[in-house]
Design a binder for this molecule. Structure first.
Ligand SMILES: CC(=O)CC(=O)C(=O)O
Ligand SMILES: [Mg+2]
Length: 221
């Protein structure tokens, strides 16, 4: 079963995203720090992987970048404890939660869902599958992102408000998680704009000398 997770992008049924899971990021956007995980979704049509490019929808002028640790589910789970949650993890990936921030702000003011701002095509660039044995949940993973060679985000998963097992246990109370589903665990501080033609580089450094990096361009038209 685990082998097929290498193709998680083609088998994934749900991309579940966590918002405001790093207090510094919640504060930089003027949001309160949540007392329970804040959840939204992207459709699987949001996936993109290099050498394909991120497309800014034609009537928008920019997007915000958010680098995140992605968690890929192996075993189906429903209403699991934190201990069982750990067993349901099949692997990880480097993920970007590309966001139409201006449209998100308008939607928030109207009390409408964020789907357009977060779920447009190419809003979820992802790197390759990383086996679960390469990241220990007791360690902290460094996630970083630069735009045109300038570092914008450089955070550590130890600063997450809700840990990966907390998130899986919480989500699975309400939504059955299935083989291939992806959870984006929230972004650290430093989010900012990218424009057409920008070059994004992002990476993940873990224990056991794990180093993963990915370059992805924002389409120039
Ligand atoms: C305010 C947001 O867009 C929430 C989000 O996606 C996050 O990672 O935090
Ligand atoms: Mg995010």
């Amino acid at each position: 079963m685990a082998g097929t997770l290498k193709n998680f992008r083609s088998i994934c049924k749900k991309i579940i995203c966590i918002g405001r899971n790093y207090s510094e990021h919640a504060s930089e956007l003027g949001n309160t720090v949540p007392t329970k995980p804040m959840i939204f979704m992207k459709p699987p049509s949001a996936f993109v992987a290099p050498p394909n490019e991120i497309q800014i929808p034609s009537e928008w002028d920019e997007l915000h970048h958010e680098v995140e640790l992605g968690v890929i589910i192996d075993q189906q789970c429903r209403n699991v404890s934190k201990e069982q949650a750990e067993k349901s993890i099949g692997g990880y990936c480097l993920a970007l939660d590309m966001t139409g921030r201006k449209i998100q702000d308008q939607l928030k003011k109207q009390g409408h869902p964020w789907l357009l701002a977060k779920g447009f095509d190419t809003s979820c660039p992802c790197g390759d599958f990383i086996d679960k044995n390469q990241i220990s949940l007791s360690s902290s993973v460094n996630i970083w992102l630069s735009v045109n060679g300038k570092m914008r985000q450089n955070g550590h998963t130890r600063d997450m408000i809700f840990s990966v097992p907390d998130l899986i246990a919480y989500i699975s109370k309400y939504i059955t998680l299935e083989h291939g589903d992806l959870i984006l665990t929230g972004t650290p501080a430093g989010v900012g704009a990218v424009k057409r033609g920008d070059q994004i580089e992002a990476g993940l450094n873990g224990d056991n000398n794990l180093k993963y990096a990915m370059k992805i361009n924002v389409a120039s038209k």
